[in-house]
Write a protein that binds this ligand. Structure first.
Ligand SMILES: [Zn+2]
Length: 460
């Protein structure tokens, strides 16, 4: 089944044909590590994690790079405020980012380049741009000359006048043209800096992605992904830099952009940002429910984010894990990917349709009467869920997962559950009821089933 994606560059949905099926390349702009990220920053990594799962099925030799921006003025400001070296800030928040992504079920990238590990490549690329007449040095800065690249603005389709008008608000005196952007800037002794032909300084943000993509993936890459808030100026500038440094060769053949989260019609503000910190939401809710919620809308559309959406996702996962719990006697390994789920995801990564397929498969599994029917239904359900990165845990683990609060002591709970069984057997019903109440006070609900009692977290 051919993969089809909406290419932001052409504004069309196109068949995906990699330049070399033996080495498919994909780049995703990663985080600037100076603080906790908000839930909106998790949408791209989660939807494009599904994309890498799909791509790997078709092209096992995918090379996927997601960078870490570890030199930036926001990092410098945080380091100065806290009186620590920038690496204290960047190491801390890069580690938290990796951990939070892991909790969301996002697989680590094949390559995770850091900007500070590629200063030589960045300096070399800036040198190429100057040699080609696409950049110029001025007052310790190096600037990209927008006028030197005729296709500037092609991705975002902004008229050049408008881009320049936007840049004109605060035009630095060393710029030849208001639209020119910084490739290199000088550093004071207090700021992180590296020796360069233009003096001690540091790279601008845009050039690092161009240099790291070329270093790890080559001059032309198959897919470049990112949030649509980065289309201008960041991605526009990446295209200009890479194309001009590489003799006009195309930089990225397919551009995929995810839409933003909406918070009740409000744009993400600083105060909203505080209640939507990913790290905190991961403690408040089962991480898998956040993943499910992030996949519930098509990636190019805006997604209305609310507590109700997450709670709805928890209930849906309860139902799906409940289905799997009823099939626990059947082992199908990781399952089988059916044409139906393939068709949904190959159609421009239609995750809402894929989740509808999963709901249908779960319904079929519940209705299955014979062992054969149960087996094939479970295999299809798990295969589909695996592509979306959901339903990967033991159903019992899902039901025992407390949504927030301190972790439950499973050994202690099991001891009380067993004691309650013993008391009931001995017809000490008052004591059995007391244990039930004790468990409830601990946040645990007992369900008596034909197979004996089982328990789950009360707030689940
Ligand atoms: Zn980038």
């Amino acid at each position: 089944m051919p993969l089809r994606f909406h290419n932001s560059l052409t504004r069309r949905t196109e068949d995906f044909v990699p330049a070399d099926p033996q080495r498919v390349t994909m780049y995703l702009c990663g985080p600037t590590v100076y603080n906790y990220v908000h839930i909106g920053n998790a949408r791209g990594p989660v939807v494009f994690d599904v994309l890498t799962r799909l791509l790997r099925r078709h092209y096992p030799r995918l090379v996927f790079a997601r960078n870490i921006t570890d030199v930036d003025d926001k990092i410098n400001a945080a380091a100065q405020e806290q009186g620590v070296p920038i690496t204290t800030i960047t190491d801390k928040y890069a580690a938290i980012y990796r951990q939070d992504m892991g909790r969301l079920g996002v697989a680590p990238p094949d390559v995770e380049p850091h900007a500070t590990g590629h200063i030589d490549e960045i300096i070399a690329m800036i040198g190429q741009l100057i040699a080609g007449g696409h950049a110029y040095a001025a007052e310790g800065h190096v600037l990209f000359s927008v006028a030197s690249y005729a296709d500037y603005g092609k991705l975002s389709r902004r008229p050049v006048d408008e881009m320049i008008a936007g840049a004109r608000i605060d035009v630095a005196p060393y710029k030849r043209d208001p639209g020119d952007f910084v490739l290199w800037k000088p550093s004071t002794p207090q700021q992180p800096g590296w020796a360069s032909p233009w003096g001690v300084g540091r790279p601008g943000w845009h050039i690092e992605c161009s240099a790291m993509a070329a270093a790890h993936l080559g001059e032309t890459i198959d897919i470049h992904a990112g949030g649509n808030d980065l289309m201008f100026p960041h991605h526009e500038n990446e295209i200009a830099q890479s194309t001009c440094a590489h003799g006009g060769r195309i930089f990225a053949r397919y551009w995929l952009h995810n839409g933003m989260l909406d918070f009740g019609g409000a744009k993400m503000s600083k105060s909203l940002g505080n209640v939507c910190v990913l790290h905190e939401l991961l403690d408040k809710y089962p991480p898998e429910a956040l993943r499910y919620a992030l996949l519930s809308a098509h990636y190019r559309q805006p997604l209305d984010w609310s507590d109700a959406l997450v709670e709805q996702s928890i209930r849906t996962l309860d139902r799906l894990y409940g289905t799997l719990r009823g099939l626990v006697d059947i082992d199908v390994g990781t399952g089988t990917v059916t044409p139906e789920i393939e068709a949904a995801l190959c159609d421009d990564l239609n995750t809402p349709e894929a989740l509808a397929v999963i709901a249908r498969l779960a319904g079929e599994a519940r209705a299955a009467a014979t062992d054969d029917a149960r087996r094939s239904a479970k295999a299809a359900l798990l295969g589909a869920a695996g592509l979306l990165g959901i339903l990967q845990q033991d159903p019992e683990a899902w039901f025992k997962q407390a949504a927030g609060g301190p972790a439950l002591d499973e050994a202690e709970i099991q001891r009380l559950v067993d004691r309650r069984v013993a008391e009931k057997k001995a017809r000490n019903f008052a004591e059995a009821d007391r244990i039930r109440e004790q468990l409830l006070a601990m946040g645990v609900v007992i369900e008596d089933t034909a197979q004996g009692p089982r328990w789950k977290a009360a707030n689940r």
